[in-house]
Design a protein around this ligand. Structure first.
Ligand SMILES: Cc1cc2nc3c(=O)[nH]c(=O)nc-3n(C[C@H](O)[C@H](O)[C@H](O)COP(=O)(O)OP(=O)(O)OC[C@H]3O[C@@H](n4cnc5c(N)ncnc54)[C@H](O)[C@@H]3O)c2cc1C
Length: 406
């Protein structure tokens, strides 16, 4: 098994004893990472979606880690999901983004909020990657403040008509089904989630290629023009869509934090290899003390990032057993915000140091650290920006009276 990752397994064993079944899944993530490395690199060089990723991930069961067995999943503790995302994060955030959307934002949200038919119809196909899913919350004018969304729905016979534009949506142009959020035309406050068939009349999608990273993830804009959605496709309670959205974001936020630990591991591994092989001024650059300072800093970053992520996963495991416990919910949210804020900052900083140690080669798109650098920047933006996490963390310290937004 990959060396830095084996060390994580030793670390985690001090907090949580993985069962044999859990360990097998984690080992599978190591195999999947090996199978995915070459295709991921090739698609990255071409700046296109890694179309091989869904099949490889499904083959190893990695799209069902947090999904119940009755829907074809593995039903594992969130700590397993964290370790899997950590391992795959070493390959950058493209694959990780796919898992985030397919499993954490969509399948797990369907599992929590869907009715029996919805769960049966949509979740197993997500786990097997037979269908691809997207999560459409963000709009051109509503990002950090999703409650200000402009997409609307109105009742029309047995269906609802949805109008609006969803922007920066991962899997946006390749999804078969999309969870779309809209507010009642007559009331901004009544937001509802819908499962929308991407083939529906009135859906048009545009790929957004002009990104500065995350090249192997599909990002799109989705326009909905009088799209008719059957009433049975409402997901969760009518008018409570924002709760559905926030629960999904909590899953994915931890997912981002976990893959950021992987980015730090990937940065460390590549930096160590380069430091031992590149010779300048008559010796391996790893023998120059200032290069050792970079290695020490990345190693410190790994230590600072991983423990808050593991701890957040354990809090989430407790919360998933009792969604009604408000105190546990608040603590889980805080732990996940802390984990994401810390890990995403340190991932970007580590990838930057890795580029520095690689010199001019590091700045090239063909160097593996180039991908880690380009990909990791988005972790400070999606699933809640740095600033939004800061506001949540500060509120937990100052108290609700000081909440910057409510
Ligand atoms: C590659 C990529 C993939 C994505 N995938 C998806 C997806 O699958 N589904 C989806 O729905 N969305 C997705 N997003 C959207 C993402 O969640 C949003 O970009 C993010 O929530 C920020 O929203 P925004 O871009 O509109 O920025 P804005 O909300 O406009 O924020 C701009 C700046 O203002 C700051 N800011 C905003 N409000 C406050 C405040 N109250 N106090 C202090 N500062 C504030 C922000 O932190 C930020 O620095 C994706 C984004 C990217 C880049």
């Amino acid at each position: 098994m990959e060396e830095t990752f084996s060390r994580s397994l030793v670390d985690i064993s001090r907090l949580y004893k993985l069962s044999e079944d859990e360990l097998k899944v984690v080992e599978n993530s190591d195999r999947a990472a090996e199978d995915l490395a070459v295709p991921e690199y090739e698609h990255y060089l071409k700046h296109e979606f890694n179309s091989e990723a869904p099949g490889i991930l499904a083959k190893y069961g990695l799209l069902g880690i947090s999904i119940n067995k009755e829907y074809g999943g593995l039903q594992m503790n969130p700590i397993v999901s964290v370790l899997v995302k950590e391992r795959l994060g070493q390959l950058g955030l493209g694959i990780s983004s796919f898992i985030n959307v397919q499993m954490l934002l969509c399948a797990q949200t369907l599992q929590r909020w869907g009715n029996a038919d919805q769960k049966k119809n949509y979740i197993p196909k997500a786990v097997k990657a037979e269908n691809i899913y997207a999560f459409g919350l963000t709009e051109p004018e509503a990002g950090s403040d999703p409650a200000s969304m402009q997409a609307t729905y109105e009742e029309k016979g047995d269906a609802y008509l949805i109008n609006g534009t969803k922007y920066l949506i991962s899997n946006g142009t390749i999804a078969d089904y999309m969870i779309i959020f809209a507010h009642k035309k007559s009331s901004q406050k009544e937001i509802t989630a819908f499962i929308v068939d991407a083939k529906s009349q009135g859906v048009s999608r545009t790929a957004l290629h002009e990104k500065i990273g995350l090249f192997t993830s599909d990002t799109g804009m989705i326009e909905l023009d009088n799209v008719s959605v059957p009433k049975e496709n409402i997901l969760g309670p009518v008018g409570k869509g924002i709760n559905v959205a926030y629960s999904a974001l909590l899953n994915a936020r931890l997912g981002v934090a976990s893959s950021c630990v992987g980015v730090i591991e990937g940065s460390l591994k590549a930096t160590v290899e380069r430091s031992k092989s590149r010779v300048q001024h008559g010796k391996e650059i790893g023998k120059h003390q200032l290069i050792q300072q970079h290695i020490s800093a990345i190693r410190q970053n790994l230590e600072m990032a991983k423990w808050p992520v593991y701890y957040a996963a354990l809090r989430k495991a407790a919360y998933e057993k009792d969604y009604a416990d408000k105190q546990l919910m608040a603590d889980t949210e805080l732990r996940i915000s802390l984990a994401k804020r810390i890990a995403s900052r340190l991932a970007f900083e580590s990838a930057d140091r890795a580029v520095q140690v690689h010199g001019g080669f590091g700045y090239s798109l063909i160097s593996p650290v180039g991908q880690l650098f380009c990909d990791s920047r988005v972790a400070r933006i999606y699933e809640g920006t740095d600033e939004i996490q800061d506001l949540k963390i500060a509120e937990s310290v100052l108290g609700r009276d000081f909440a910057a937004y409510k």
